[in-house]
Design a protein around this ligand. Structure first.
Ligand SMILES: [Zn+2]
Length: 72
């Protein structure tokens, strides 16, 4: 299951969550439990991590191809 990054518009908390595409709209903030969160598209950051050859995330290689916000 992919990891999505979210930003809580209620308290400003940023967090990552393992959710399916169908459940993305149901994500709530782990800090204040508000449902007013938006997804953060961090494709550019993923590429940056790849350049540093970080091995903390094994799936980052494929995720970088999905970066549409910074390559289009
Ligand atoms: Zn919150």
């Amino acid at each position: 299951m992919p990891t999505f990054d979210f930003h809580c518009r209620h308290c400003g908390k940023e967090f990552s969550s393992f959710v399916s595409l169908a459940d993305k709209d149901k994500v709530t903030c782990p800090q204040c439990e508000a449902g007013d969160v938006r997804q953060v598209f961090s494709g550019c950051n993923i590429i940056a991590r790849r350049n540093t050859k970080s091995k903390t995330k094994g799936n980052s290689a494929g995720a970088g191809k999905n970066c549409k916000s910074c390559m289009g």
